[in-house]
Design a protein around this ligand. Structure first.
Ligand SMILES: C[S@@+](CC[C@H](N)C(=O)[O-])C[C@H]1O[C@@H](n2cnc3c(N)ncnc32)[C@H](O)[C@@H]1O
Length: 345
């Protein structure tokens, strides 16, 4: 089925994933205040408002969500308070609205269909477009990363944020190419990557992915500072979640899911593994959250058939306890990437 069929309509469309499970995970009731940090096409928010008499505070960095939120707000009689902002702003938005606690938070990470299918946004190697990949008003674009970043840093980014084994070869080929020509488009970049490592990918056993998949992921994550934003929100939002309130997060690739899992494990006192992506909870016996349920969910076969883009989705959720939230920020240092980012400006 075409994803447009179940969309919120208009020129913008996006099929929300695992909607029923998301609603169960959030355990919403009427009268609650709920936060949708990644509003996108408003699919999850609409599903919530259809079923519950609640208010939604929503954010999205993408300006294209503004008209969708406006339209839905008319439909749902002003029950959506939408802000065209990063979700890291949610704690201060709640302060400005004098909302002390909310019943739940949903993050549906990654890019929307509206973003990936619009060649002008430059997210996809399957459509020719400018190297952009900015979800909002970011300081740098994919063009800056690909054309201006030092080769060694490019290799690091592709390795760390794309988990690409061949990052050095790819960075070296990009560097060779850009000595002679500027790399302007998604297809130019995809062809360079394919020439560099296409053969390695062909020889790989198991499921095949396009050779440019991991590099495009890495550049997008870096351009949008995705992991640091996620961490910053999760550290800032805990004390705004009511006792019994839930945080539900949908991820779309293994690295993103690992970060969420590590942060959730620590918030629930579930494990003491030493990942660099995790905060440290000092009192593991009184964690600020619990896992109410089995640890993660995936879309079923029918959903994947109807919406193939849902296939890599994973949903995890946690529930607030009465215990205080205390964490050690030093554990999660992005200083290294700040330095690299600075060089680009
Ligand atoms: C997968 S889509 C969400 C789709 C939405 N749940 C729906 O049903 O239509 C992800 C959205 O998150 C937004 N986004 C990603 N990072 C963000 C951030 N740090 N702050 C705010 N929005 C963000 C993107 O712009 C995109 O619109």
């Amino acid at each position: 089925m075409d994803s447009r069929n179940t969309s919120t309509g208009g020129p913008y469309y996006h099929t929300p994933v695992m909607t029923k499970k998301v609603l169960d995970a959030l355990s919403l009731r009427g009268g609650s205040v709920f936060v949708d940090g990644t509003f996108g096409g408003g699919g999850h928010s609409s599903a919530i408002l259809d079923l519950f008499d609640c208010i939604i505070i929503a954010t999205d960095r993408d300006v294209n969500s503004v008209p969708i939120a406006k339209k839905l707000n008319e439909k749902y009689q002003d029950r959506i308070n939408f802000y065209n902002a990063s979700y890291t702003q949610i704690p201060s938005l709640l302060d400005s609205l004098s909302i002390k606690k909310v019943d739940g938070l949903l993050l549906d990470l990654g890019v929307s269909s509206m973003q990936i299918d619009d060649p002008k946004r430059g997210f996809s190697f399957q459509n020719e477009g400018p190297l952009d990949m900015r979800m909002g008003k970011n300081a740098i674009s994919a063009f800056d990363v690909v054309n201006k970043m030092k080769e060694e840093h490019l290799s690091e980014i592709i390795r760390d944020f794309g988990e690409e084994k061949h990052s050095r070869i790819i960075a070296s080929r990009i560097n060779d190419y850009r000595q002679k020509n500027t790399i302007n488009t998604t297809t130019q970049l995809s062809d360079i990557i394919n020439d560099a490592v296409g053969n390695f990918y062909k020889k790989q056993k198991g499921a095949h992915i396009h050779p440019a998949t991991r590099t495009f992921q890495a550049i997008r994550v870096f351009v949008n500072n995705e992991f640091e934003e996620l961490y910053a929100l999760l550290m800032g939002i805990c004390d705004y979640i009511k006792l019994g309130g839930r945080i539900a997060i949908i991820t779309f690739h293994s690295l993103e899911d690992r970060i969420v899992k590590n942060i959730f494990d620590h918030l629930t006192g579930y494990s003491s593994s030493k990942s660099r992506y995790e905060p440290k909870i000092e009192d593991q016996t009184n964690p600020p959250f619990i896992y109410p349920d089995k640890k993660f969910y995936k879309p079923d076969g029918d959903e994947i058939t109807q919406n193939p883009r849902s296939r890599s989705a994973k949903l995890r959720y946690i529930q607030r306890t009465e215990h205080l939230f205390r964490e050690n920020l030093d554990i999660y240092s992005m200083t290294k990437y700040k330095r690299i980012l600075k060089e680009l400006k």
